[in-house]
Write a protein that binds this ligand. Structure first.
Ligand code: BTN
Length: 315
């Protein structure tokens, strides 16, 4: 978001009605220029209603991101936190830093948010779009359960914020009652046996407009929790990850595998599995194995599925 657009965004974030002429005076620009900026904000997904004549407003106030507030709430202040306006993708932007370890990037909005399996992640202003860079000594081979550890850490943070019924749909969709509340995109670079760098992205819907064009059932945190703070949530996500990632690196997945069943929303359910190779089948989900692979009973035979190989839908 350009500084000019940000000036207007910051004013509208309070959720009050703002008169076009007053905004123009305040910002030292014409009413037509205000309207143009309003259109730019609408293009990145800010649901601004109204006109220059009757004033502009957004449906719900947005708590603006503030790196200082996030830092104040961090139990681990060694993480570097950067807040930006609208960026294409926090994962893509963070990956341009070297080293990425211990850096967190959080954006007001994303213009080309990336989801898993090449999908788009709808990222209007006001949600959580966080990426954290991490260095692992364990090679790629040992990091296959990383996605699950990230999902569990995110779910714990959401429960701490009041969304008590949040669960994880393998490997790391954050869901409530079958509706998607958030998701995680973990991108790892490195050698099979040597050190690796991961960029861990988490997106959470806080207040999506009803009209949001999402191709699956979705929900947002405002429907399930009251009085949460966007900045505190970001701090909570960073803290929970900064606690769990070193443990995964040093001791492996064992300690986490035992917690999975508490948040596993697929366990015992019929699932539709679409293999990357094209083959589809329906089976019964049976938890995970010691490497975090999904176990599915298909006609009495248990298959262990890696997250890169399949897409799973609960039925
Ligand atoms: C999914 O498809 O479930 C994963 C969504 C991950 C979205 C987050 S938002 C922050 C980070 N930056 C991105 O471009 N994607 C991830």
């Amino acid at each position: 978001m350009s500084p000019e657009l940000n000036e207007l965004y910051v004013r509208l974030a309070d959720g009050q009605r703002h008169n076009g002429a007053e905004l123009a005076d305040d910002l030292g620009i014409s009413r037509a220029a205000v309207w143009k900026r309003i259109e730019s904000l609408r293009r990145i997904g800010l649901p601004v209603s109204g006109t220059a004549g009757n004033g502009y407003r957004i449906a719900h106030p947005i708590e603006l991101l503030d790196a200082n507030v996030i830092r104040q709430h961090l139990a681990k202040p060694s993480i570097q936190v950067e807040v930006i306006g609208a960026v294409d993708s926090t994962n893509a932007r963070l990956a341009t830093n070297t080293p990425v370890h211990g850096r967190a990037l959080v954006a007001e909005a994303q213009k080309a948010g990336r989801g898993r399996r090449g999908r788009q992640w709808l990222s209007p202003p006001g949600g959580i779009y966080l990426s954290l860079g991490w260095h692992f000594e364990s090679g790629l081979a040992g990091l296959s359960p990383l996605s699950l550890v990230v999902g569990m850490a995110a779910a714990r943070t959401l429960r701490e914020a009041g969304a008590e019924t949040v669960g994880v749909k393998w490997p790391n969709d954050l869901v409530i009652d079958n509706a998607k509340l958030g998701g995680c995109l973990v991108e790892v670079n490195g050698a099979a046996e040597g050190p690796c760098q991961a960029v861990i992205g988490i997106g959470i819907n806080l207040q999506l407009p009803e009209s949001a064009a999402v191709d699956q059932p979705w929900t947002c945190l405002s429907r399930h929790a009251d009085g949460f703070s966007r900045n505190r949530l970001v701090a909570g996500l960073i803290d929970n990850l900064a606690r769990d990632l070193p443990e995964l690196d040093a001791s492996g997945f064992d300690a986490f595998a035992g917690q999975w069943h508490r948040c596993d929303v697929l366990d015992g359910r019929k699932v539709h599995v679409a293999m990357a190779g094209g083959e589809d089948f329906v089976g019964l989900a049976k938890g995970i194995d010691a490497q975090g692979r999904l176990l599915v009973d298909h006609n009495g035979r248990i298959q262990a599925l890696g997250s890169g190989e399949v897409s799973v839908r609960g039925r």
